[in-house]
Design a protein around this ligand. Structure first.
Ligand code: V47
Ligand code: SF4
Length: 373
């Protein structure tokens, strides 16, 4: 039994769950659903903190990264997306390989350790194009970790190049791909998926691409887009499929709940869920996904204060310095110019009572000669 005593005034079910978590047992689907409907935020925070501190103590990780969004031209029309444009539509962009090189060039000597590359699903570009992009970036930043392309993008680029997932991923790995981001997962349950993103990679395809990547030694992340038309049971179903794949491969580094932001998209009328709902969702994710080591809050989407609070609800990783290079969320109502210096991030973590640890993309601590190097 864990030494932290449960809070006073708990129901029998809440105490039983406390004991189960303290003994290190995974939650059942029913227990996760029960926690989603629990209004005692202090209890949820304390429960998630049991697991968070068992795994990571008071450490809160962050990394120095930047984003490249090579294009927002996309063949799909996901109902929640504010970012995508059709070819020729105002507001669209397609960077040339030289423009991408110029972006990478800006980060030489800055100490960044990771580039995150996610964009629209372009109608013409295949594996060769994206392998070339990775090679160009690595020529400029040889030590950078390239975390690139959601399973949705990968499915289409493999098909365009007439390659299997295995062949396509191997070609990208050969070019320098180090890991795969978690996007494109949205909500796996077919009742919801068919309403918000019917035509893109299916749940089975998303899982198969991540399974193949893990088999090839390419780790990945997983996301869940929540707070739109889904219900709690759909979130639990989503996390169950992730927990099962993780039990099989062990290839997921972290889970990132992505809060649906409602500006400028086809679902705008449904609004957004509350901060309380965000915190609850972090806590339940931390408790249910016992076999995924890290839980990340993506601060440009939820804001700095919510990110700080998330640390008390199971989150151990704040992504990242980012440096104003992403538009996916600002176009949907997220932070206008997402950039934080390492000092700002460290202050944000310390003032919430946690210990900032700069990490590399495999969650190994980075020691620098000077704190601001
Ligand atoms: O799949 C799109 C989401 C994802 C909206 O692996 C939206 O470290 C909220 O892959 N409101 C792509 N979310 C982003 C992505 C990602 C982001 C952060 C960290 C990592 C990682 C990966 O963006 C999409 C979709 O779920 N998204 N529109 C919106 N309106
Ligand atoms: Fe395209 Fe991704 Fe937007 Fe869907 S979420 S429309 S796949 S850019």
């Amino acid at each position: 039994m864990d030494s932290i005593a449960p809070l006073p005034g708990l129901s029998r079910q809440e105490i039983a769950l406390w004991e189960k978590v303290a003994e290190g047992h995974p939650l059942s689907d029913e227990e996760a659903l029960f926690l989603y409907t629990c209004d005692n935020l202090g209890y949820l925070a304390a429960l998630a903190t049991l697991v968070r501190e068992r795994l990571h103590g008071k450490k809160a990780y962050y990394n120095r990264n930047f984003h490249i969004e090579p294009t927002n031209i996309c063949v799909y029309e996901c109902a929640f997306c504010s970012f995508a444009r059709k070819p020729g539509e105002p507001g669209g962009w397609e960077y040339t390989p030289e423009e991408i090189e110029a972006i990478a060039q800006r980060y030489v000597g800055t100490g960044v350790t990771e580039v995150h590359i996610v964009g629209g699903v372009h109608p013409k570009r295949g594996i060769e194009y994206y392998a070339d992009i990775i090679r160009r970036i690595k020529r400029i930043l040889p030590d950078i970790h390239v975390k690139a392309f959601t399973a949705v993008e990968l499915k289409v680029m493999c098909a365009r190049s007439r390659l299997s997932y295995r062949e396509g991923l191997l070609a990208l790995k050969d070019a320098g791909l180090d890991s795969i981001p978690g996007g494109g997962a949205e909500i796996f349950h077919p009742d919801i998926r068919k309403q918000i993103c019917a035509t893109k990679a299916s749940t089975e395809e998303w899982l198969e691409i991540h399974r193949t990547a893990h088999e090839l030694g390419i780790p990945s992340n997983a996301t869940m887009l929540y707070g739109h038309i889904e219900r709690y049971e759909h979130r639990v179903h989503h996390m169950r499929l992730l927990r099962e794949l993780q039990a099989e491969t062990g290839g997921f580094n972290c889970f990132i709940p992505l809060k649906y932001r409602h500006e400028n998209n086809a679902l705008s009328h449904i609004g957004e869920v509350s901060l309380i709902e965000d915190l609850k969702n972090y806590a339940v994710s931390r408790l249910y996904l016992h076999n995924i080591p890290h839980l990340k809050a993506y601060w440009p989407m939820i804001g700095r204060v919510a990110a700080q609070m998330s640390l008390a609800f199971g989150v151990d990783d704040l992504d990242g310095t980012i440096d104003d290079t992403t538009k996916i969320y600002s176009m949907a109502g997220g932070e206008e110019h997402p950039a934080m210096s390492t000092e700002e991030l460290e202050h944000l973590i310390q003032s919430a009572g946690y210990e900032p640890v700069e990490r590399d993309s495999r969650y190994r601590p980075i020691m620098r000669a000077s704190a601001t190097a």
